[in-house]
Design a binder for this molecule. Structure first.
Ligand SMILES: [Zn+2]
Length: 653
């Protein structure tokens, strides 16, 4: 591991806190040091308050911030003298600690200080860095971990036996550190948890972290334990039906829709097919705070009932007083066919789970090579899993959005109404798969809850491939928005070629039959019931001259949707149609076309755009919001509806 410090980069950061931001980000850049909100850092500074008094302040990472992206606002300023007094108390309950930390802040709008704040305050160094480095937890979780850590570091670190994070840990560290630190001490190892480094400058503290972790990496290398997972090349397989069924069962057990993200790679398959998988995987996480993301144990295979029963037993065995059980559903699934599946209430959570377990595989493999992986006891892990301060981290998001855990697929999603539908669904918390013939779709959004796939909807195999990919990514299709369509320039029937007719039919009609037919098994498995929103057209009730192919294709699609509503009601699938008209903010309508059409009718562009009963402009967003609402609870009792979204049209009222 190399120091990423650069004088040039460092110059862009000002002052003690600025450099604290810089080296925190350097730590955050390396996922083998910290992952997703893990680890924390601090700096001690003297400031003058409003009434002119000097104060010693600890700027410590705030809860909810990630080291990789932290800013100055992400550090909570807490008065040091009070923290030092707290550290001397015999005991301090969690609610008391939270209260004391909050009420000693000098900026009311700062985030809640890290649960490790008191520990940071007690270490007599300006800068303090804390990570859960993979290499370190590989050794502390290995057989004879303590002796190995002593052998690696000698007197350079103080070693703290495992104790749950929070006040007791801070108190123990303060005592041990005072008793054991020498002038050679540059760090502190927390068994089964992680490592601290410290220094007089941001650079010194950071580079000591790198140096200490590198020593452990070298040790692992010497011991031949450096991360060796047998890799198995994934063979091609159709998994979408199995995965959607598995996700359905998981969602039922959790009583809420869940995202199931499949990571079927050479590494995960190699791990999931190890003969000793049961021994390796059924011990616990690499560092305790992973438990709130991954739960204590992965499910091996696909027996969800057995897992939830075992989870209930674990809860009963360790819970006291009035704890409420969390959902008993696994977050990590290891299966010889599927590799690693990550489960989450959102696509983002599932991605975090997958990242953490990917590192856990490295840690377990290395510790196993050192003679055996030994995680903390179920009791210790339970204490962290049900620790109010950890659970508070997960709850910070507030109420889940209406489509949390659900998956929507939108066709023709790169622009216009399709893109607006993607936005409306993302905004309501769905994970969205966007399909489009335009490859730009793949770059539409770079976020974990969006997957853009280039797909020519006239190619049946391309649709099947896209569905396979979508379901590997998110676990199902709960909502289908059929939007892709073409509107060729006006053409009288007398001049309409068979080729043109067939082209329009294949995109506007045939492709939608394939989507409906192929998605039916998944819509049927949707935890909240399947929903289809069809972007029809005003041309269905009121066709226009010169648009024979378009009008006929949309009318046929309309009949197809009505029959689907008849056939699928028993499966709990709702299918509703929108009939938009004159949506001008799409690629079709350039300023030039608009002007020529307006002129044709003797109107200004503005008049032409609002040429409807209500004199309103109908936008892609107007249509998309209705499509999304049609998938929501407002339309829970509605199927086979045809709703105009056209500002009112004389020909269709
Ligand atoms: Zn920690």
């Amino acid at each position: 591991m190399k120091s990423l410090w650069s004088d040039r980069e460092a110059q862009q950061y000002e002052g003690d806190l600025g450099l604290r931001v810089y080296t925190s980000r350097l730590l955050g850049r390396d996922p083998s040091l910290v992952l997703h909100g893990g680890g924390n850092t601090s700096v001690k500074v003297r400031e003058t308050n409003l009434v002119g008094e000097p104060e010693d302040i600890l700027y410590v990472k705030g809860s909810g911030w990630d080291l990789a992206t932290i800013e100055e606002a992400g550090f909570a300023p807490v008065r040091i003298p009070h923290l030092l007094k707290l550290a001397k108390l015999e005991s301090l309950s969690d609610p008391q600690m939270v209260n004391e930390l909050k009420t000693q802040m000098t900026r009311a709008s700062a985030p809640s200080p890290s649960v490790e704040t008191i520990l940071h305050a007690t270490l007599p160094y300006k800068y303090v860095d804390h990570t859960h480095a993979d290499a370190v937890v590989s050794v502390t979780n290995a057989a004879n971990g303590l002796e190995r850590i002593q052998e690696i570091f000698g007197d350079r670190v103080v070693i703290i036996p495992y104790i749950m994070p929070g006040f007791d840990l801070a108190r123990l560290c303060a005592q041990r550190f005072a008793a054991e630190a020498t002038e050679k001490t540059v760090g502190m190892v927390l068994m089964n948890h992680g490592i601290f480094s410290f220094g007089a400058t941001a650079r010194e503290s950071y580079e000591r972290m790198i140096e200490l972790v590198s020593l452990v990496e070298d040790y692992l290398q010497q011991q031949g334990a450096a991360i060796a997972v047998p890799e198995i090349t994934p063979e091609d397989k159709t998994l979408r039906y199995d995965l959607a069924t598995l996700r359905h069962q998981l969602s039922q057990a959790a009583n809420a829709p869940l995202i199931l993200a499949t990571h079927r790679t050479a590494k995960t398959l190699g791990f999931a097919r190890r003969d000793d998988l049961e021994t390796l995987s059924q011990q616990g996480p690499a560092t305790p705070d992973h438990v709130i993301r991954t739960k204590r144990l992965p499910l091996l295979g696909q027996d969800i009932t057995a897992y939830t029963e075992a989870y209930q037993d674990y809860f009963k065995a360790h819970a006291d007083d009035d704890l409420t059980m969390l959902d008993p559903v696994p977050r990590v699934i290891l299966d010889p066919e599927l590799g690693l599946c990550a489960v989450g209430k959102t696509a983002k959570q599932a991605a975090i789970v997958a990242d953490i377990y990917d590192h856990t595989i490295d840690v377990i493999s290395a510790a196993t090579a050192l003679g055996g992986y030994q995680a903390l006891s179920a009791k210790d892990i339970f204490a962290v899993e049900y620790w109010v301060l950890e659970q508070a981290k997960l709850r910070r998001g507030g109420e889940p959005p209406v489509f949390a855990g659900e998956v929507a697929l939108v066709t023709g999603a790169a622009s216009g109404i399709g893109k607006a539908c993607v936005d409306a669904l993302l905004q309501r918390g769905a994970a969205v798969v966007g399909l489009d013939i335009n490859p730009e779709i793949e770059k539409l959004y770079s976020r974990q809850d969006f997957c853009g796939i280039t797909c020519d909807v006239t190619d049946e195999q391309a649709i099947l491939n896209a569905l396979e990919r979508a379901i590997r990514q998110f676990g199902g299709v709960d909502m289908l928005v059929l939007n892709a369509g073409i509107f060729p320039g006006g053409c009288a029937i007398a001049d309409l070629s068979s080729d043109e007719w067939r082209k329009v039919m294949s995109v506007n009609l045939d492709a939608n039959l394939i989507f409906l037919r192929e998605c039916h098994p998944f819509l049927k498995l949707a935890p909240n019931g399947g929903r289809v929103a069809i972007i029809g057209s005003k041309n269905v009730p009121a066709p226009g001259p010169g648009a024979a192919a378009y009008s006929a294709s949309k009318a046929a699609l309309n009949q197809l949707a009505r029959v689907a509503a008849l056939e699928w009601g028993k499966d709990g699938i709702r299918i509703n149609t929108l009939h938009p008209n004159a949506v001008f903010d799409t690629g079709l309508w350039t300023e030039e076309v608009l002007q020529s059409r307006a002129k044709h009718y003797g109107l200004t562009v503005e008049e032409y755009k609002t040429n409807n009963l209500l004199k309103v402009q109908v936008t892609s967003q107007t249509v998309a919001e209705l499509a999304a609402e049609m998938c929501g609870p407002l339309f829970a009792s509605t199927t086979a509806a045809q709703v105009p979204v056209d500002g009112g049209n004389e020909r269709t009222v």
